[in-house]
Write a protein that binds this ligand. Structure first.
Ligand code: ADP
Length: 664
């Protein structure tokens, strides 16, 4: 076994790998970019090496810097995690050349599975069913169209995919043969730009498909086993959100058939280590399954397999890489479901968010596991993937696992960074999800994004009470005028607390002392009795007889509160008396919708623009977002510059209304 292993990754997966290394008594070495100096994986590893500036291309994708760090640390092996260099054959070879064991399959297996066309041909040769389709590097658009015309298997709709693709990028749905020429031309342009390779394949589009994948494990002595399936049909834009094992669809016989096909796929490329063979199952023909691709690494969703089989896949990756033999497969037990917590805002079209983690509550309890890269004080930047943590629940059966997961999400609070936790709870409650009737279109079809425009009364009261409580705590002079309880000679007066939440206004009036009892009137509602206290970092309030616990943090005029998986950021509005001029400007300030980099500015100061006209483009995590003019007017101020890093809601330009200009 190894003495010291370097983890060429960051975030939750680096933390998770460190945990297993520690259990096995193996020293861990972290690497980090300048954006990650204070991050959790750096704090938890035995040693940590800086590998470069924030952009991944200069740090987590920098093969030379990582190999140099492993050599300097005298590590014997490198674990790539997932993403970044995990499926990079050049990196696997560079490790071997430097005398380091790469914890993954041989580079030839990575290459064979890295290209969709080659991978399909290889596994089809081993008898594994593949989605009917066509495509070869030497085929022109005309060749592809001709081939489709004579094929019996290929019927509309079609899916065009870049052969070198990944992450669902550049795929195009074609509903009629007439659309093919234009779609092929566009797909080639996209594929060339994204992957530097415009080879395309055309597949039959499987309707209402389910994504079911098989975990395989292979040793260097010819033994290959499968560890059942994970169903990952709950996706948004081909990005997995919730995964489970076993799949509600499969019985033991079908599991064995798919498992055997996956084992054959792994054998066809002389695979070693942990890998995942992804299959697609047609909604209208659930007995059929087709190979989609093989991921030659550990998957994000591997914990559900670990929980139902009671083993540690990272441990087995290490054992196999160290030359050990696989034992027999343990029995499957119960049901496990994982939900991915992303730094993204469902209310803003799932755009990435960011910020510093001000307060953090991660759930514990029977069957609950949290794999997380978070800690209080850690900053979440737009430089990397927005997945922050995974909450995983095991139960003796699916209904228990679902309920435990929902309760665990309700007990998760991340303050300072907006996340999708409330959306995940809504999704788990969907009748289709509850019944196990899943397909990859369910999320987009059925789940409305969580409505955060309505702020519950108890939340507004809690924010007000926390302000009042803080002033009571700091009011140590004994002078009643220091405390904002509205104390007057005679009768107590009301104090007004005003906040801005998600662009809307909220207010409450309080009278009395928060710590010993007060009245609160939220909005125009009649007053109710309230009381509040800080319990460590939590805020505990009694609101009309109901005791409610909030995770609580305060940052620069903003009160963050969370309960039941929901989180709110309430910004004090009372402190800055609103002038009419300001109010009029509110909707004319152009702000960045997400943290990221400005990659293009289409207008200049003084220019006339009309509502909806593209002003600039912000990019984060390979996602481009065009910011448009909110109204007809003139660009009176423009601070945005191409290449500039911007924060969420940062002001980028000011558009002055047409009529204001005329009157001026
Ligand atoms: P990538 O490598 O870009 O992730 P995949 O081939 O793994 O691409 O496909 C990603 C997702 O696209 C799948 O999980 C599935 O939801 C959908 N998909 C892929 N192929 C098909 C197909 N032939 N028909 C319908 N949906 C498909």
């Amino acid at each position: 076994m190894f003495n010291k292993v370097l983890i060429a990754n960051r975030g939750e997966i680096a933390v998770r790998i460190i945990r297993t290394l520690r259990e096995l008594g193996i020293a861990s070495v972290a690497v980090y970019s300048d954006a990650d100096t204070g991050s959790r994986h750096v704090r938890e590893a035995d040693e940590a090496f800086r590998i470069g500036p924030p952009p991944a291309a200069h740090s987590y994708l920098n093969i030379d810097a990582i190999v140099a760090a492993a050599t300097a640390a005298e590590a014997d092996a490198v674990h790539p995690g997932y993403g970044f260099l995990a499926e990079n054959a050049r990196f696997a070879r560079a490790c071997a050349d430097a005398g380091l064991v790469f914890i993954g399959p041989p580079p030839e297996a990575i290459e064979a599975m890295g290209d969709k066309i080659a991978a399909k041909a290889t596994v089809a040769g081993a008898g594994v069913p593949v989605v009917p389709g066509t495509g070869r590097p030497d085929m022109s658009d005309e060749d592809l169209i001709k081939e489709i015309a004579i094929s019996n298997d290929l019927v509309v709709p079609f899916l065009i995919k870049p052969s070198a693709g990944g992450g669902g990028k550049g795929m195009r749905l074609v509903r009629s043969p007439d659309e093919l020429p234009a779609a092929l031309a566009a797909a080639r342009r996209e594929a060339r730009a994204a992957f530097g390779d415009d080879t395309l394949l055309i597949e039959r589009y499987i309707t209402r498909p389910r994504h079911i994948e098989i975990q395989v494990l292979a040793d260097a002595h010819g033994s290959v086993i499968h560890l059942g399936e994970r169903e990952c049909s709950l996706q948004r834009r081909h990005q997995k959100i919730i995964e489970e094992s076993p799949s509600p669809l499969l019985d033991a016989a079908r599991r064995e058939a798919m498992g055997q096909a996956a084992v054959e796929a792994a054998r066809s490329v002389a695979y070693t280590g942990a890998g995942t063979v992804e299959f697609i199952v047609p909604g209208d023909d659930p007995d059929q399954f087709y190979f989609m691709e093989m991921n030659t690494r550990l998957q994000v969703e591997h914990p559900v397999t670990e929980l139902v089989y009671g083993l540690d896949l990272v441990e087995w990756q290490l054992r196999v890489a160290a030359g050990e033999r696989l034992g027999s497969r343990p029995a499957m037990r119960g049901h496990a479901i994982e939900a991915r917590v992303y730094a993204e805002d469902p209310a803003r079209g799932f755009l990435p968010t960011g910020g510093t983690v001000l307060a953090l509550r991660e759930p514990t309890g029977p069957g609950i596991r949290v794999d997380s890269g978070l800690a209080e004080g850690v900053s979440v930047t737009s430089a990397y993937d927005p997945m922050l943590a995974k909450v995983i629940a095991w139960g003796p059966d699916r209904p228990v696992a679902l309920r435990r997961l929902d309760a665990a999400l309700a007990g998760t609070a991340i303050l300072g960074v907006s996340t999708n936790i409330a959306f995940l709870r809504d999704l788990l409650r969907d009748p289709g999800v509850q019944a196990g009737h899943l397909d990859t279109g369910l999320v987009e079809r059925q789940v409305p994004s969580a409505d955060e425009s309505h702020i519950p009364d108890d939340v507004v009261a809690a924010a007000s009470l926390s302000e009042l409580l803080s002033s009571e705590h700091s009011g140590t002079t004994g002078d009643p005028w220091d405390v904002a309880d509205g104390w007057r000679i005679g009768e107590r007066a009301w104090t007004r607390f005003r906040f801005k939440v998600a662009g809307a206004a909220a207010e409450a009036r309080l009278r009395g002392l928060a710590s010993s009892g007060a009245e609160a009137a939220v909005g125009g509602n009649p007053p109710v009795l309230v009381q509040a206290e800080f319990d460590n970092a939590d805020l505990l309030i009694t609101y009309a007889g109901r005791v409610i616990r909030f995770a609580h943090a305060k940052d620069d005029g903003t009160v963050w509160l969370a309960r039941d998986g929901y989180a709110w950021a309430l910004t004090e509005a009372a402190a800055s008396p609103t002038r009419p001029g300001r109010a009029a400007n509110a909707d004319t300030t152009v702000r960045s919708p997400m943290p990221g980099t400005i990659i293009a500015v289409h207008v200049s100061a003084g220019e006339q623009v009309s509502a909806g006209q593209p002003l600039l483009v912000v990019e984060a995590m390979k996602m481009e977002h065009t910011v448009t003019a909110p109204l007809d007017g003139t660009v009176s101020t423009l601070t945005a510059r191409a290449g500039q890093q911007v924060g969420i809601d940062e002001a980028l330009a000011l558009i002055e209304r047409q009529e204001l200009i005329r009157h001026a």
